[in-house]
Design a protein. Structure first.
Length: 486
């Protein structure tokens, strides 16, 4: 009970910090893996860029040919028109898995005005939690809505002004964009980044309890996780379908489940995970692989986990681009609410430009995606899939943007096919002739982004993406003091 209460208190504190920062068809059938022939030697390098906390409605509002909506309904049935809010807006909003449940609201997508501020009896003492299960009982969730100045619209009903997102629109116009892309999980960043490298999270549903420290094996010893389990029957106070499961006390966030790195290593395929340093200690690197014990304490950590993230540009300049790369932004360049910065789209444009101007352009695919919705509004109902082992719904999450940049991606193409974070895994597996990670991991159900490419076309000539941020300026940015997300 003490571990559970400590975990809830940590989540409540995380929510407080977020608030104070300056189609769900349950029987849906997953997309079958593609049987289309592999593109052979045309793609020899894959670069995955994972940005932070934006929805498709929020980043590509009104994009031609894409499925966007400029309004939504709140929990009172009131129509809310989306308002422009800068990437640099000071306030971050809740995006824990419990907030997903509130926003999703059984597929009605009308709970974006119900921002969970804290939990009864943890930090807030103005109410009583009747079930003493603060995390799973919505009657114990304390809501607090934030409004932008001069508006009565709940903050979540917002979109990024096109002037700030323009580099992304320019990429989409030249290459391919997906308007039916979802996180493979239905919770926050920690979990999504595990699906990015492993197609699973060990059933962890939320951020680790020590949210302000390193994610994984380097976390303080008392750190715990919240794991999703199916409870049959669920408690009477749990208002959601049984398959959404309960979040129960879980282990220390250091695991040994398989990742794509094992397949890459076994086949001699080079890889690099470029990640910001967030402190002076050895393990304070914002890396998904910090969660994986064999990598954190093996040769891969020294050889393949690279920091700072800006060393990616140096490796391109020196002709040392790995065959597979993951590039994570610093908080400043992440697009995350509360970062007080608008440089994220330009940071990504610099990655694209660096590859486009290099010898790697003609054989590279760049996959740009977002790890979670950040609490922002989107109108598309995400399908929910049961985990093959537990039967609990661990994903999909609320819709986020996807851009694919390559000399072989289709031009000015809007993909309406369903994709997810684990599609990047399936794409890597397909390009390099690898097996799926495990029989139960999400790369089995995810597609391989096939419709976004045309390998019969001649490789397109690269045209730089306009940006005012330079690589030199990026290299001179101060090292972050906090991770890009929790």
């Amino acid at each position: 009970m003490m571990r559970a209460r400590g975990r809830i208190a940590a989540l409540a504190l995380a929510i407080g910090m977020l608030a104070g920062c300056t189609g769900g068809d349950n029987s849906a059938t997953p997309v079958a893996p593609s049987s289309a022939p592999a593109p052979g030697p045309l793609i020899q390098h894959v670069v995955v860029v994972m940005q932070e906390n934006r929805t498709f409605d929020g980043l590509f509002q009104g994009y031609p040919g894409a499925n966007t909506q400029s309004f939504g309904f709140d929990s009172h049935g009131v129509k809310q028109t989306l308002q422009p809010i800068s990437l640099a807006y000071k306030t971050d909003i809740n995006h824990l898995r419990v907030q997903f449940l509130a926003n999703y609201d059984g597929g009605k997508m009308d709970g974006f005005d119900k921002e969970i501020f804290t939990f009864c009896g943890v930090i807030f003492s103005g109410c009583t939690c009747p079930s003493n299960d603060q995390l799973n009982d919505p009657s114990c969730w304390v809501y607090g809505t934030h409004f932008p100045p001069g508006s009565t619209t709940p903050l979540a009903y917002a979109y990024v002004p096109r002037t700030e997102a323009q580099p992304f629109w320019d990429m989409a116009a030249q290459y391919a964009i997906g308007d039916n892309f979802f996180p493979s999980n239905n919770g926050p960043s920690y979990v999504s980044h595990q699906y990015m490298i492993a197609g699973e999270s060990g059933h962890v549903a939320e951020i680790p309890s020590d949210f302000n420290q390193t994610w994984g094996c380097d976390a303080p010893a008392a750190t715990t996780t919240a794991v999703l389990q199916l409870v049959n029957p669920p408690p009477a106070y749990f208002p959601f379908p049984q398959q959404f499961g309960l979040e129960l006390p879980g282990p220390f966030p250091c695991f040994s489940y398989s990742t794509i790195a094992t397949q890459l290593d076994n086949k001699g395929i080079s890889w690099g995970f470029y990640s910001p340093t967030i402190g002076l200690n050895l393990g304070d690197i914002w890396s998904a692989f910090d969660v994986i014990y064999p990598i954190r304490f093996g040769a891969d950590w020294v050889r393949n986990v690279k920091s700072p993230e800006s060393s990616f540009f140096t490796d391109i300049q020196n002709g040392n681009l790995p065959q597979v790369s993951w590039v994570m932004p610093s908080f400043l360049n992440s697009d995350h609410a509360g970062s007080l910065s608008t440089t994220g789209p330009q940071w990504v444009a610099n990655i694209v430009n660096a590859i486009g101007k290099s010898k790697y352009w003609n054989n590279t695919a760049i996959i740009i995606m977002y790890d979670d919705w950040g609490g922002w509004y989107d109108h598309v109902v995400p399908p929910q899939y049961a985990d093959p082992r537990t039967g609990a719904y661990e994903g999909l999450g609320i819709r986020t943007p996807l851009i694919v940049v390559s000399p072989y991606s289709k031009h000015n193409y809007v993909s309406h096919a369903q994709h997810e974070v684990a599609s990047s895994l399936h794409f890597i597996e397909k390009i390099f002739g690898l097996s799926t990670i495990q029989a139960y991991t999400a790369d089995n159900r995810a597609d391989a982004l096939d419709d976004m490419f045309d390998f019969t076309q001649s490789p397109s000539v690269f045209k730089p993406i306009a940006t005012t941020l330079t690589v030199t300026a990026i290299m001179n940015q101060k090292a972050p003091t906090k991770p890009a997300d929790y």
